[in-house]
Design a protein around this ligand. Structure first.
Ligand SMILES: [Zn+2]
Length: 264
C-alpha cells in the first residue's frame, strides 16, 4: 500500500526585526544561497487588485531592498494559470512578461517575483549549478503540472540537476479549507500523482477538499527532487488571517508575492 510522504515544514515565520514586514522560511534560510521574502496581509503587491494600489511600487521597492536587490532587477508577469516558463536574466529587470507562470534563472542579477492570494508559490533551487526557479501553481497550474514544466526548463535550458535540488512552497490555501467542486476533483483525479492522498471528502457532508501543497510536493518528487529536500507551509491562507486570501476576502483581496534571487 502506498504511504504518502510526510514532507518537512517550510518554517514560515513573521519578521523578527522592527521595520521588516516580510515573512521568511527557515528551511530556505538554512539551505542558503537564495534570498527571499513573502508579503503578508497589509503589504499589497498588486497594482490592479486590493487597496492602496497607488503605493504598490513603494512596497515593491521595499521588498527588493529586503533581499538585497533593487526594483531595477525585478521581473514579474501577468500570470495566466498556465504552464509557460520564461528563462530570464539581468536584462529582464523591470519587465512584466505576459502569460507566464514561472521563471528560471542562473543569474544573481535578476529578482523573480510571483503573485498569489491562496495559490501555492513554488521555489526550486539547484545549489550545485546555482539555478533558481519560481512558479505560481494554483489548481489549474497544478493539474497542468507547471512544476514539471519549471523543472524541465531549469534542466534543459540551464543545466540544472535535481540530485541535490531542494524545493519549497509559500503560504497558500491548505487542505483544511480548500474546498473544490466535482469538476475540479475530476481534473485532479486525472492528473495527480496520487489523487487519493490529496482529495478529502467529509463523511458528514458532501464537501470535497484538495490538499494542493501535497499534490505539488508529490509532483516535485516525481521530477526527481528528494522527498527530504521538499518543505511545505504549515499555514493556510484561508483560515490564517495574516495572509491575503481570494477565498476569504473575494476578488479584490489584493495580492501577496514570493520574491527571490540567487545570493551573490
Ligand atoms: Zn485552513
Amino acid at each position: 500500500m502506498h504511504t504518502p510522504t510526510q514532507y518537512a515544514d517550510a518554517g514560515w515565520s513573521p519578521p523578527h526585526v522592527p521595520d521588516d514586514v516580510f515573512w521568511r522560511s527557515s528551511f530556505i534560510n538554512d539551505m542558503g544561497s537564495v534570498r527571499h521574502a513573502f508579503a503578508p496581509l497589509g503589504c499589497n503587491m498588486s497594482t490592479t487588485s486590493g487597496s492602496d494600489t497607488d503605493r504598490t511600487i513603494l512596497r515593491r521597492i521595499k521588498a527588493c531592498a529586503a533581499i538585497g536587490s533593487s526594483i531595477e532587477c525585478l521581473v514579474c508577469a501577468k500570470q495566466a494559470h498556465d504552464q509557460n516558463i520564461a528563462v530570464v536574466g539581468a536584462k529582464d529587470g523591470r519587465r512584466v512578461l505576459d502569460g507566464v507562470d514561472g521563471f528560471a534563472t542562473n543569474d544573481p542579477g535578476i529578482t523573480l517575483m510571483v503573485f498569489t492570494a491562496d495559490c501555492p508559490t513554488v521555489m526550486v533551487f539547484d545549489p550545485a549549478q546555482k539555478v533558481l526557479g519560481l512558479a505560481h501553481s494554483g489548481w489549474k497550474g497544478s493539474c497542468l503540472n507547471v512544476v514539471a514544466a519549471l523543472i524541465a526548463t531549469m534542466t534543459e535550458k540551464l543545466g540544472a540537476n535535481m540530485t541535490e535540488a531542494w524545493a519549497t512552497i509559500g503560504p497558500c490555501a491548505g487542505g483544511c479549507c480548500y474546498e473544490i467542486k466535482e469538476d475540479v476533483a475530476e481534473q485532479v483525479e486525472a492528473s495527480a500523482v496520487d489523487a487519493s492522498s490529496v482529495l478529502r471528502q467529509e463523511t458528514d457532508e458532501s464537501k470535497l477538499y484538495l490538499n494542493l501543497p501535497t499534490m505539488i510536493g508529490m509532483q516535485l518528487e516525481q521530477c526527481g527532487v528528494a522527498p527530504e529536500q521538499i518543505a511545505l507551509p504549515s499555514q493556510c491562507t484561508i483560515c490564517d488571517e495574516r495572509f491575503f486570501s481570494y477565498r476569504r476576502q473575494g476578488p479584490n483581496a489584493g495580492q501577496a508575492t514570493l520574491l527571490a534571487r540567487i545570493a551573490n
